[in-house]
Design a protein around this ligand. Structure first.
Ligand code: SF4
Length: 223
């Protein structure tokens, strides 16, 4: 069986608020977001660690870590059901970072109470989704949002903002879409940071017009 894990961050206090966690970076992704900070992971067809490597590591962390963050790449391009069952049986909570492209798997995990927290990426409004993500997975994202809203699982919606890709009208449209789908919690926005990225994007020279930002949701700037 192929190694599907690109790498494991053994300890973090920042990826899952109020939890001592490790991060599992799953290889490959079904999107190609222009600003992606993990080009090597996204393009990797095979990882460096097996699931047995993960379980052996976790067994040594029982009592030391609270939770496992499933990230990537896109974790839901892999069949996470058995993996989440095994992680839960070892006594860890699970946070999933996802682009929302696999609503069917998300629902199955939620229906079986295998997720404790989800961070859902809202990449762009429909008219810009394909340009920014190089995918046609907008409808899947909306389905994932609806599924999360109808579950009991805690979740957040977050966006990466590069001023050449999204402007204030786009963020206002995205707020509207979230509200239409009964999302009323914080909308987290992280500004693009100029580090190695998938399309060698540089910082934008455009100004984001904060004065025109609507207050449909409580926007929380993460940087
Ligand atoms: S930023 Fe986009 S391309 Fe990169 S891992 Fe996330 S969904 Fe995939």
């Amino acid at each position: 069986m192929k190694n599907i894990i690109y790498s494991i961050t053994k300890f973090t206090t920042t990826d899952y608020k109020d939890h001592l966690s490790c991060v599992v970076w799953f290889s490959s992704c079904n999107m190609r977001c222009l600003y992606c900070y993990n080009p090597d992971i996204v393009k990797s067809k095979e990882g460096n660690y097996s699931l047995n490597d993960l379980y052996s590591f976790l067994k040594k962390r029982i009592g030391l870590l609270d939770a496992v963050v499933l990230s990537g790449g896109e974790a839901t391009t892999h069949d996470l059901f058995k993996i989440c069952e095994n992680i839960t049986n070892l006594g860890f909570k699970i946070k999933l970072d996802t682009n929302g492209s696999n609503p069917k798997l998300l629902k199955k995990l939620l229906d079986n109470y295998l997720l404790d927290y989800v961070a859902l990426d809202f990449k762009a409004p429909k008219n810009k989704y394909k340009d920014i993500t190089k995918s046609s997975l907008y409808d899947e994202f909306i389905d994932s949002l609806k599924i999360l809203k109808s579950s009991d699982c805690k979740f957040e919606v977050r966006t990466t903002l590069h001023n050449d890709l999204l402007d204030v009208d786009d963020i206002n449209t995205m707020q509207k879409i979230l509200v239409e789908n009964t999302y009323t919690d914080n909308f987290y926005i992280q500004k693009f940071l100029e580090v190695e990225n998938l399309s060698n994007l540089e910082n934008s020279t455009k100004v984001f017009d904060l004065n025109s930002l609507n207050n449909d949701l409580n926007i929380v700037w993460r940087n």
